[in-house]
Write a protein that binds this ligand. Structure first.
Ligand code: ZN
Length: 543
């Protein structure tokens, strides 16, 4: 036995006093300790072939939703949508029919000799099967309105019914302004999803983005593969998109601008300045665009642990994870994209956390939200944010889990994005309490903050981020890191499968951390707020 020094005696006494007088929400009786066994069991089941990869619109999706709501009921969670655990997500599958479409681009009175797929791609952004156009083209530079950067490419010009031709990415750093638009990092203004949404706000009929490999960060073949010959998914309400969305190659854009009597290089340079104004092109889009559109109903699953404080229980902390993956595809060999890491892990973690939250509730309510169709463009979380089951004004925060650590416990934890809000401080407190530290932030070159479900909450004013695995492994640091890195080869492949030999101590740790942080927020004196000046700082109703 260890020799008792006076200070050891004192701290032992403090501990026994704390146990005897539980003044604190996390006293032993009320501790919420995430267990490995349920987490492992849910993970193994959700990732099994039985669930067929949980594909949007497939049988595996129905099975997954039934499993999640059954587990929520069995755990004693309350339904999050009246007397139901389900929230309908109306999705449209849209596939352009280029052979039936007569769409053409004209400049200087001549039709450009371009073909669908090779030179340009297009699709309806509003889930509608047929559109006819006779619309003028306007070059709008980066197509950005960013009050936080004192930047507005539109300058109040009336763009109703126009087709906006835009550059992708965001204005590049200059010697005078090395930090504008987050320097070399990508801001949301640089994402094509933002550009389509902003064009809709401007009342435009459509958008054609100009592809270049450096600005898009991938080659034309990536766009060709995901826009031609395949079904694309969007919300059936069509609320986010203009009638036409599309891309053209750099060569197509050069030919178009030249025929319209414009110098594309000069216009690109002009677009790097905040004095840029939209430039009408002597060009138009005309003809019919046809697409096959089918409606698919999917479900978010929402379950609630009511808060214990008579006043604060009206406010909620939301934990989320997407339940969907890529489903069954093809008909030879292994056809099941199990998505064990992505994101059976996060879905299972939420169930294991919910089990503890029911046993040891907090002052504010806690919602466990499994969202649909993340892999199709964050659709389930977008549907939730546009029809929230709990008022956003009373939603304290959203903590999201996507693709957890299957390698082992770490000394650090990733909280990138938390620093935008008062959640940053709480994230640090929660890490310290578990003997961990916050992982060093990496420059967000690919815009990771905008590519996960928490972003649909952030966009609407709710402080939100995704908790990411740490990288400093406690056991066998080099071997563990190599194991984690090797997952890159299995990402979005049929080989993202569960392995019973996985060390789940890191997954349990991440789930515990997320629950602890959520409980800090749920027991806190006030709702966390955005830091002043952040691009997403606004009231929680998103206005
Ligand atoms: Zn994922």
């Amino acid at each position: 036995m260890q020799k008792m020094t006076p200070s050891f005696v004192a701290s032992a006494l403090a501990i026994s006093l704390a146990l005897a007088f539980p003044a604190h929400a996390d006293s032993a009786k009320n501790a919420a300790v995430v267990k490995e066994a349920p987490l492992r069991a849910h993970l193994a089941f959700l990732a099994s072939d039985v669930l067929e990869g949980r594909g949007t619109g497939q049988r595996g999706a129905d099975l997954t939703v039934a499993y999640l709501e059954t587990q929520a009921l069995a755990l004693g969670l309350k339904p999050g949508n009246g007397d139901s655990y389900r929230q309908s997500v109306q999705i449209a599958g849209v596939k352009t029919q280029p052979a039936e479409s007569t769409l053409k681009l004209e400049a200087g009175g001549q039709a450009l000799p371009i073909s669908f797929g090779k030179d340009w791609v297009f699709a309806p952004g509003d889930a509608t099967a047929s559109h006819s156009f006779n619309a003028d083209l306007v070059f709008v530079g980066y197509g950005i309105t960013a009050p936080d950067e004192q930047w507005d490419d539109y300058k109040g010009m009336d763009l109703k019914g126009k087709i906006l031709v835009m550059m992708v990415n965001d204005p590049q750093p200059t010697a005078a302004q090395p930090n504008r638009f987050n320097g070399k990092g990508l801001t949301y203004y640089g994402r094509w999803t933002y550009k389509f949404e902003e064009a809709k706000r401007q009342g435009a009929a459509g958008v054609l983005l100009i592809h270049t490999t450096p600005t898009a960060s991938y080659g034309w073949s990536v766009i060709q593969n995901s826009w031609s010959g395949v079904e694309r998914f969007q919300l059936a309400s069509g609320t986010l998109g203009t009638q036409l969305q599309g891309w053209m190659t750099d060569d197509t854009a050069r030919a178009l601008f030249k025929a319209a009597g414009q110098d594309i290089d000069a216009l690109r340079t002009a677009a790097e300045s905040k004095d840029f104004k939209p430039v009408p092109l002597a060009a138009k889009l005309s003809g019919e665009m046809k697409a096959a559109v089918r409606k698919v109903e999917q479900f978010n699953v929402a379950a609630v642990v009511p808060g214990t404080d008579p006043k604060l229980r009206d406010e909620v902390v939301i934990y989320s994870a997407h339940w969907d993956h890529l489903g069954k595809q093809g008909d030879t060999g292994d056809t099941i994209f199990n998505g064990a890491v992505d994101n059976a892990s996060g879905s299972a973690a939420l169930l294991a956390m919910a089990q503890e939250a029911v046993r040891a509730p907090a002052k504010r309510s806690q919602m466990f939200l499994w969202v649909a169709a993340e892999e199709q463009g964050l659709l389930g979380s977008a549907a939730y944010a546009s029809a929230p089951l709990w008022p956003l004004a009373k939603t304290a925060a959203n903590l999201n889990l996507d693709s957890l650590n299957f390698v082992g416990a770490t000394r650090d934890i990733g909280t990138q994005g938390s620093e935008r809000t008062e959640l940053g401080k709480l994230a640090e407190t929660a890490a310290k309490a578990m003997g961990m530290h916050i992982a060093e932030a990496e420059p967000d070159l690919a815009g990771g903050y905008f590519r996960s479900d928490h972003f649909n909450f952030a966009k609407n004013g709710v402080p939100a981020f995704s908790i990411e695995s740490g990288r400093e492994y406690v056991k066998d640091p080099a071997g563990s890191k190599a194991k984690a890195d090797a997952y890159g080869k299995r990402y979005h492949q049929v080989s993202d499968e569960y392995d019973a030999s996985w060390d789940l101590s890191g997954m349990v740790q991440t789930a515990q951390y997320t629950l602890n942080l959520g409980r800090l927020i749920a027991n806190g004196a006030k709702l966390p707020e955005w830091k002043a000046g952040d691009a997403f700082a606004k009231p929680r109703n998103g206005k």
